[in-house]
Write a protein that binds this ligand. Structure first.
Ligand SMILES: [Mg+2]
Length: 396
């Protein structure tokens, strides 16, 4: 008799089915494959003088930390990743040493099993994809679908500027080639924030797409400020709709799925979010609830590269957008760029940029050269095999 739920024909004659359905086996016995020989984690930082006063930070930043992950293999290929802190990873490195770096589903599932108990070790997945690309002689964007070789970006502003200063910055961005920008607003100072958006719209007309971020979905560690509620978010959304804002980001607490649905339906404003959804299941729950128009899972901070591709494909099937959050550092931006260009994310990719506080030199201090847009407002995907990371020679 066949076991319930198992399709006919899956059992060979005489074979017995054990309880449950087992994962495929076999690759681990292949000794001719590449093996991970070492994983090194290196913490670096750069002093920020003058400090950077990010809208979401409780105090201005006086230094910028980054963690680099180096995955070494027995064939000499080295992969590099960065993004989250990798705090506590040393105790889990043994789950990967000696394994074939190309067995990506195995690694993603292993990272997820560790994440349940410890940190978000997605920078390791980034380094592994860097190896996969090098082993195949292809850019990671090609392996993720190869949809685009460059993506239009939006200048993602970081600090709260006065209306006049924000309008001035918008004019400068337009002159540099940017086609879109995202403005932070403190929803508790909504009049001032809406005035900044209005000043930008008046200054650039319809030449620039404008997005607005309320940063209500999550808080830095130790900050227990509550999110605004649906009526407050609705009042802001209605004012921003009049200024032709493309999307409103994180208007509410990240798990207020019903509130997000209500806000979308009652205002007609596109709503974006999910940048820090902690697990793939959290992102799926948001998608299932139809909480957002634009899903923004950051591949180095949230659900990883492989899972973000799955999310992007599911969002597209539902006629929703995917475009990842990228506010970490130059390597995090590159990892998100490869996934985004591979799957065809859009309409714009986030490019953290708000001079003089946040510049490519600060953001990408670990790279030999900062990542810059072309004259058309697009960020080109490095075409070298892997992620195309060229580190500052002193950091290798
Ligand atoms: Mg955001």
């Amino acid at each position: 008799m066949r076991a319930a739920g198992i399709p006919q024909g899956t059992l060979a004659a005489g074979q017995e089915r054990s309880a449950g359905i087992e994962a495929p086996r076999g690759m681990e016995e292949d000794s001719g494959r590449v093996k991970i020989s070492d994983i090194r984690v290196k913490h670096i930082d750069r002093e920020l003088d003058p400090p950077f006063d990010a809208a979401w930070d409780p105090v201005p930043r006086t230094s910028f930390e980054a963690t680099l992950v180096f995955v070494e293999t027995d064939t000499g290929l080295t992969g590099v990743g960065s993004g989250d802190t990798m705090a506590g990873f040393a105790a889990h490195a043994h789950h990967f040493i000696g394994e074939d770096p190309l067995r990506m589903v195995r690694h993603v599932e292993t990272i997820e099993s560790i994440n349940f108990h410890a940190g978000r070790f997605w920078p390791l997945e980034v380094a592994l994809w860097d190896i996969v690309g090098q082993a195949c002689g292809q850019s990671v964007a090609t392996l993720f679908g190869g949809t685009a070789e460059r993506l239009p970006v939006y200048a993602s502003c970081g600090d709260l500027k006065s209306p006049d200063a924000r309008a001035e910055s918008a004019i400068a961005l337009r002159a540099e080639g940017f086609r879109a920008m995202k403005i932070r607003i403190d929803p508790r100072r909504a009049d001032e924030g809406v005035a900044a958006v209005r000043a930008v719209r008046d200054a650039v007309g319809s030449d620039l797409d404008i997005m607005v971020d309320l940063n209500q979905a999550w808080r830095p560690a130790g900050d227990i400020t509550r999110s605004i509620d649906v009526p407050a978010a609705r009042l802001i959304a209605e004012r921003l709709l009049e200024l032709d804002v493309l999307w409103l980001e994180e208007p509410l607490k990240g798990d207020d799925r019903q509130g997000l649905v209500d806000l979308r339906r009652s205002t007609g404003m596109r709503v974006a979010g999910g940048e820090m959804a902690q697990t793939f299941a959290d992102s799926l729950a948001l998608l299932q609830a139809d909480a957002y128009d634009v899903y923004q899972s950051d591949v180095v901070l949230a659900a990883g590269m492989h899972r973000s591709r799955q999310l992007a494909e599911l969002a597209r099937m539902r006629n929703r957008s995917f475009t990842p959050h990228t506010w970490s550092n130059g390597i995090g931006l590159l990892a998100n760029l490869h996934v985004a260009a591979g799957v065809g994310a859009g309409p714009y990719l986030e490019y953290p940029y708000d001079p003089p506080g946040w510049t490519p030199e600060r953001r990408d201090f670990m790279l030999a050269e900062p990542l810059r847009i072309d004259g058309d407002g697009c960020l080109p995907v490095p075409q070298a095999p892997g992620l195309g990371i060229v580190l500052d020679p002193e950091l290798r």
